[in-house]
Design a protein around this ligand. Structure first.
Ligand SMILES: Cc1ncc(COP(=O)(O)O)c(C=O)c1O
Length: 366
């Protein structure tokens, strides 16, 4: 069978290297993973209790409508329950949206250096991913994106991760307002991927939900993988007008959110203390990284997420291997066009101190 060229050219998404695999391969007894922007706090105790309570029911199919989780998340996000649709991770929602709203030969628009899930979803259904150039300081160029939108009628959806992964950069309220003057007039969707929303500190960050009230073609993508510590249970959330949710619901697999995930989500959004602790830890971890990377003379890009991108000055894969041999898994980002960079996720304070020691040893020889 012939494989379409779009599929043949797809590079599979590269997840962070698992701890168990690293221990096995390198014969290390202690390995730290700071590669996947996960919560270093572990799961919330309230989530663990909810999971224990849900376990005796796992012989039954989950609630396909996610009733309780829907109520809890509607309250948490301050939206009506019928404005929500859920995915097995937000990447499943991206898949469904592209599959529904783009035909082969049409295009999605994002930026160079943007989170790669959109490109993979597009190519897998023979939709062309277009990438606007990044600015010199690795920020999205929303003006260039607006020009591309004006001139290319193939574009059906725009994907804007804010902040972006792996750069950590964000676009401002002013920049987004200008962009929406163009995008708001067009028969396209603008997907604001706010996976790291809870970690954002920037005062001029655009409030997606407020824009959505003004522009019905904005869809908001959220996840419980980051600030709620549920990456392993795969819960993505789309906030969209009910008529859009109803369309996506036609292609959604009926039980895409399993029963344990649903129980965990209800408990997770009720645990405000967990999110607060994690946010504080993230901010202090980032500030610590900035200070240490500055002291060691590395270029880095300030981040609104729970990770920081820095330039090691040597080949990124080599840099990754050097740290791996010292027992630290970071994320190489060559696939995003950042040849000498690594992405470092914030860990617990002691893990942060240890990884900085390892970086010093690997690249500064002390
Ligand atoms: C910008 C961005 N969006 C979405 C996701 C994926 O979230 P999920 O775990 O819900 O698929 C990530 C994960 O790294 C991300 O960085």
């Amino acid at each position: 069978m012939i494989v379409p060229k779009e599929i043949a050219s797809l590079m599979p998404y590269q997840p962070g290297k698992p701890i168990s695999e690293t221990k096995r391969e390198l014969g290390l007894s202690q390995v730290y993973k700071l590669a996947s922007n996960e919560s270093p706090l572990g799961p919330s105790p309230r989530v663990l209790a909810a999971l224990a309570q849900a376990l005796p029911e796992i012989h039954r199919y989950p609630d396909g409508a996610c009733f309780e989780m829907r109520q809890a998340l509607a309250q948490h996000y301050q939206v009506p329950p019928d404005w929500l649709i859920f995915g097995n991770g937000s990447d499943e929602l991206v898949d469904m949206m592209v599959q529904i709203y783009c035909r082969p030969g049409e295009a999605i628009l994002t930026s160079q250096g943007a989170f790669s899930a959109y490109e993979i979803s597009a190519k897998s259904v023979l939709v062309t991913p277009l990438h606007a150039p990044l600015t010199a300081d690795l920020r999205f160029d929303l003006k260039a994106m607006a020009s591309m939108l004006k001139s290319d009628p193939r574009i059906r959806m725009v994907f804007l991760p804010n902040p972006n992964n792996p750069t950590g950069a964000y676009f401002t309220d002013g920049e987004f307002a200008q962009f929406m003057m163009v995008a708001g007039q067009k028969d396209i969707f603008v997907v604001l991927d706010e996976a790291y929303l809870e970690f954002v500190r920037a005062k001029d960050y655009p409030v997606g939900r407020e824009y959505q009230k003004r522009y019905p073609n904005i869809l908001l993508l959220r996840t419980l993988s980051k600030s709620f510590g549920l990456a392993g249970l795969r819960i993505g959330v789309l906030i969209a007008p009910p008529e859009i949710c109803a369309v996506i619901n036609r292609v959604r697999k009926p039980f895409n959110i399993n029963s344990l995930a649903q129980a965990a989500a209800v408990a997770a959004v009720a645990d405000h203390d967990y999110v607060q602790r994690l946010t504080k830890l993230t901010w202090s971890g980032l500030d610590y990284f900035y200070a240490q990377l500055t002291e060691m003379g590395f270029k880095f890009w300030p981040s609104q997420g729970n990770f920081v991108l820095f330039d090691t000055g040597v080949d990124g894969d080599e840099a990754f291997q050097k740290l791996l041999r010292l027992g630290f898994i970071l994320r190489p980002v060559k696939g995003y066009g950042f040849k000498t960079h690594l992405r470092l996720s914030v860990g617990l304070a002691e893990e942060n101190a240890l990884v900085i020691q390892a970086i010093r040893k690997a690249f500064r020889g002390c």
